[in-house]
Design a protein around this ligand. Structure first.
Ligand code: GLN
Length: 349
């Protein structure tokens, strides 16, 4: 029997048995652990109500624009690997992605250079220091630390290829858009505000240059990095970026493989070690989900195979992580048994 005959026999047998053979597509690869919408919805709603009037923490103010953002804004979005969407609150407000951008520039750098080279040139060790620490650059054997602290992130941005700064920046922005499943844009006022005050990041870049751990012009790299941090996202777009990581690099809305499947474990491991800076240990202990925060007030948490939750609330704690976003995600992850290190996360009783 040749291939065609075999397929006909199979199709007839399957339809006689009541199966409808489907073409192998993104849908056919639906995750077996994608969560039930009603369950997620009720838990997220409970968390939203529980924490909505929490006023602890304060807006970042070292970037003047961020101090002016309405501290009461609060949005939550969940997107599952099979593209179920659930949103609550201020989910259309576009905030600056800030440090969450670092995850996606890392993905692009790995796409271009391969994970081994990125690991060798940047490293992946937690610094145990603030995200913009100068002593960490001096003390860490790699100097760059990891791709999610400012120094390592600026060095990661410096790895992106292009004939000039504009081409490198356009490539980064277009890549973020593919991960989000829609075009993203720069928030000009955030960029201007941060560019006028980012002497600390310039100092980090020059220090990296001294150690030969930055791979193109230091100030140009800081400028592109500042732009990537000023990209606007709303909670839904951020949740979709997280859901793409949860879905093996395939955007659940567009079905496009936008991040290499083999790179996903490296990205998630890096987020676990350094996604919430020097609170990453607390986060791994209490939540157990790879996540990333930004000083704009966003946090995205990834439940591999299941989906992602993104929360936006501008008030931050000392480490620079949104207070309300942490509380909501911690509550939801515990109620839904999502902690990756717990065998119950895959159904063991
Ligand atoms: N753009 C910010 C900075 O470089 C990003 C920091 C953050 O979100 N933690 O300081």
């Amino acid at each position: 029997m040749n291939q065609v005959q075999l397929r006909i026999v199979l199709a007839v047998t399957l339809s006689a048995a009541g199966f409808v053979p489907v073409r192998l597509s993104a849908q056919a690869q639906r995750s077996p652990v994608a969560p039930r919408r009603e369950l997620v919805e009720s838990v997220v709603r409970e968390a939203y109500e529980k924490f909505r009037s929490d006023t602890s923490g304060k807006n970042a103010d070292y970037i003047p624009y961020l101090a002016q953002v309405d501290s009461k804004l609060f949005g939550v979005a969940v997107i599952t690997t099979d593209n179920q969407v659930f949103t609550l609150g201020d989910v259309n407000y576009s905030f600056s992605i800030q440090s969450i951008s670092k995850v996606f520039t890392l993905a692009l750098a790995m796409e271009e250079q391969g994970p081994d080279k990125v690991f060798e040139r940047i490293g992946s060790e937690p610094t145990g220091r603030a995200f913009n620490s100068v002593p960490a650059v001096v003390d860490m054997p790699t100097h760059t630390g990891n791709p999610l602290v400012n120094a390592g992130a600026i060095a990661t941005t410096s790895l992106i290829s292009g004939k000039d700064a504009d081409e490198r920046w356009s490539k980064i922005l277009a890549f973020y858009g593919k991960v989000a499943g829609e075009k993203l844009t720069l928030i000009e006022d955030v960029y201007k505000s941060e560019a006028a005050t980012n002497t600390g990041n310039k100092a980090l870049a020059m220090l990296l240059a001294k150690y030969e751990r930055i791979y193109s012009d230091p100030f140009e790299s800081v400028d592109i990095y500042t732009k990537q941090c000023s990209v606007g996202v709303n909670a839904s777009q951020l949740a979709r970026m997280g859901a793409t990581l949860a879905n093996n690099g395939v955007n659940p809305a567009t079905g496009e493989q936008v991040i290499k499947r083999d790179d996903i474990p490296y990205i998630l491991a890096t987020m676990t070690m350094a996604g919430l800076y020097d609170s990453s240990g607390y986060w791994a202990w209490h939540v157990g989900l790879p996540s990333k925060s930004g000083v704009g007030g966003g946090i995205v948490a990834v439940a591999p195979g299941k989906g992602a939750i993104a929360v936006f609330a501008p008030r931050l704690d000392e480490a620079g992580n949104s207070v309300k976003a942490q509380k909501v995600i911690e509550f939801v992850a515990q109620k839904l048994n999502y902690n990756l290190y717990s065998p119950s996360s895959v159904g063991l009783k």
